[in-house]
Design a protein. Structure first.
Length: 617
């Protein structure tokens, strides 16, 4: 870690520092501001280097001006836990100056970063002189403590590296198209090696001095923009290495039509980085505009330790807009709850969202919601999805009862045939989850391990069958040596899983839980013959409003999830809960009516469409 002289810092970094100080402390009085500026020291931290270590004495605080850092807390068992990611404009290390206690976390630069440092004596003098500074820093600490347990630790990247990992990838054009989509979220600059050489002017033979000037130039560019796209060369040049080292996030651009080989840019620029340099690597698989459903994605992912992947058709503006939303942390995630036949309402809700121009970027669900989410992730037109759903549910999927129910009341053969038909119609093969156009997950209950499993990879048909395998009703699914069943047992409305996903900024939740519990008007459950006679009466004349055995089994498995409904609802930005009290979980024949109910409810929630309404809520 090296200190820089204050007068030697670039003018734009000085200007950015003034803006950051005003953001952190507000309008300071002149004497306090002068004291603060006089004793700030510029500091450079290389990617992979520790700024501070947990347990060490706290002798200073820092304010990030450019770059990215992560805070880790040691755990009693296992590896350190990442608790926070920090970008420019954030205060680091001030808590130990207030408390006189050792550092509570280790902070590591995940890329080359620039900060300003204020040592403890001058911090104390500033606090004593200005109550405004003390209040501003206290607010920072309180805000951090309030959000520490929330699963939203990833700030939007400022510097994004574009690294080709296939031959012939048109990186400059891709960068221009991505920049055009990112402009709605802030100021964007595309930078390649030629642009840097042109701005630096004459070439300097001293390699270290050339590297320093390049770093300073990039810091100046970063200070003036919200997003900087660094376009790497086709091979492992010095500039490509700089892009890999200087980026908050790396997009690995791969031609999906080529073999999934490891590229020289990966072996020479990524694999040899500092171990603690953990800028996320996102594999972006590029497809033609008319490409069928992706295939073989798992082979690409198994060869490289990427954080995530996206399928993008660069010539489709809507796909590039989706990538831009992920990078700006504005992606829209849709969560679909389970609920048997009530799940058809999800299609009505989807129709209302699409009519408002709200694009869904990723989707997840549980039980029946996992099947509806699969339809969305296939990225097929809504009329096709409606027609396919009506077709595959033309027969009752829960009607093949076991004569000898040793493990389940229902054989599940109809459901398996229905799932095979749906997957092959949508994707053309028995595809993997990773092969869906839009990122997808579903929730299953791991009976063997007594836990909730989030399924993001592997055979799609198997994953959905596991998510809908209601205990006692459907047979469980064997996956990787474990028995899996309906995810509703643990998490029927997995908003928390979506909220924790990198890049998601807006979460839309479609819940199917009944908001009004039905009150029982009698004191004891009647006997079997009494119930049977009662059910032979017309519906309105029945005395005992008891659920059927199948409905009872379906509902009891999600009781724990229902208890989490209120907390899940708080984590949504838009919440749908269509009134489906009069719809039974097994009323598969009421498709059109249930879809209409979902659509009409969604229109009520979204309200009148405003003129000029954008594509995201």
């Amino acid at each position: 870690m090296k200190a820089l002289t204050h007068p030697g810092s670039p003018a734009r970094l000085e200007q950015l520092l003034s803006q950051i100080l005003a953001s952190v402390f507000g309008e300071l009085d002149a004497s306090a501001l002068a004291l603060l500026r006089e004793h700030l020291t510029w500091v450079e931290v290389a990617g992979g280097q520790a700024l501070m270590v947990q347990g060490e004495p706290g002798d200073s605080m820092y304010i990030s001006v450019s770059g990215r850092l992560r805070a880790y807390v040691d755990q009693d068992e296992g590896s350190p836990r990442m608790v926070r990611e920090m970008s420019r404009g954030q205060v680091v290390g001030e808590m130990s100056l207030f408390t006189d206690e050792p550092r509570s976390a280790t902070v590591i630069a995940i890329r080359d970063s620039v900060l300003v440092r204020l040592d403890k004596p001058h911090f104390q003098a500033l606090i004593a002189q200005s109550a405004q500074v003390s209040v501003a820093l206290t607010r920072q600490i309180i805000k951090r403590m309030k959000t520490e347990l929330q699963p939203r630790p990833f700030a939007a990247p400022v510097t994004i590296g574009l690294l080709p990992v296939s031959e012939g990838v048109a990186s400059p054009r891709f960068a221009r198209d991505l920049a055009a989509q990112l402009q709605q979220f802030g100021r964007v600059r595309v930078v390649d090696g030629a642009a840097v050489d042109a701005e630096l002017g004459e070439r300097i033979d001293d390699r270290a001095e050339m590297s320093r000037r390049t770093a300073m130039l990039l810091d100046e560019i970063e200070a003036a923009h919200d997003f900087v796209l660094l376009v790497a060369d086709d091979g492992p040049t010095d500039w490509t290495r700089r892009c890999a080292r200087h980026s908050d996030e790396l997009l690995l651009l791969a031609d999906s039509a080529q073999p999934p080989l490891i590229h020289a840019n990966e072996t020479q620029c990524l694999m040899n980085r500092q171990p603690a340099t953990e800028a996320a690597e996102i594999l972006v698989l590029l497809h033609a505009a008319d490409a069928p459903c992706p295939q073989g994605t798992a082979k690409w992912l198994s060869r490289r330790p990427v954080t995530d992947h996206l399928h993008i058709r660069p010539t489709l503006a809507r796909d590039m807009a989706r990538l831009a939303r992920f990078e700006a942390r504005k992606a829209v995630g849709l969560v679909m709850a389970g609920g048997g036949a009530r799940g058809f309402a999800h299609l009505g809700i989807l129709r209302a969202l699409l009519e408002r121009g709200i694009e869904i970027d990723c989707v997840g669900g549980t039980s029946m919601g996992s099947l509806m989410a699969l339809l969305v992730a296939s990225d097929r037109p809504l009329p096709e999805l409606m027609a396919l759903t009506r077709k595959v549910f033309r027969s009752n999927p829960t009607g093949d009862f076991n004569v000898l129910p040793l493990i389940s009341l229902i054989k599940g053969l109809r459901m398996r045939r229905m799932m095979s038909e749906a997957v092959h119609s949508l994707l053309g093969s028995d595809a993997d989850i990773e092969d869906l156009w839009k990122n997808y997950f579903c929730i299953a209950t791991n009976y063997s391990q007594a836990r909730e499993d989030t399924l993001r990879s592997g055979r799609l048909r198997q994953a959905v069958l596991a998510s809908i395998a209601i205990p006692g009703a459907f047979p469980p699914v064997v996956r990787d040596g474990d028995l899996l069943c309906d995810g509703g047992t643990f998490n029927n409305f997995p908003v928390d899983v979506m909220r924790a996903r990198r890049g998601v900024g807006v979460v839309i939740g479609a819940d199917l839980g009944l908001s009004k519990p039905r009150r029982i008007e009698f004191d004891e459950v009647p006997g079997t013959w009494t119930l049977l006679r009662d059910r032979l009466r017309p519906r309105k004349a029945r005395r005992y409003r008891m659920p059927s055995l199948m409905n009872y089994l379906l509902n009891v498995t999600v009781l724990y999830s229902v208890s989490r409904q209120r907390a899940a609802r708080r984590m949504t930005d838009i919440y749908f809960n269509p009134p489906l009290e009069r719809v039974g979980l097994l009323e598969w024949g009421r498709f059109d009516q249930i879809v209409t109910q979902g659509y009409e409810h969604a229109l009520q929630v979204l309200g009148p469409k405003a003129s000029g309404q954008g594509p995201a809520p």
